[in-house]
Design a protein around this ligand. Structure first.
Ligand SMILES: [Zn+2]
Length: 62
């Protein structure tokens, strides 16, 4: 592996790390139950996705 020729300043390190922060998780609401749901995912609350029930939540709970 190569060895860096120049030591990076604290400023440079911080400038690089300015992009490392995590963004807030995006949430959309379920059209059927209104619960918050991650976009493009089945609703955890009612198992609903794209105007039909995909997962039977009652059966899955057991
Ligand atoms: Zn739902």
């Amino acid at each position: 592996m190569g060895t860096p020729r120049k030591r990076k300043s604290h400023s440079r390190i911080r400038m690089r790390r300015s992009h490392h922060a995590l963004r807030r998780q995006h949430l959309a609401s379920c059209p059927r139950c209104g619960q918050e749901r991650r976009p493009h995912r089945i609703c955890d609350h009612c198992g609903f996705y794209r105007d039909r029930t995909v997962v039977d939540v009652e059966a899955e709970a057991e």
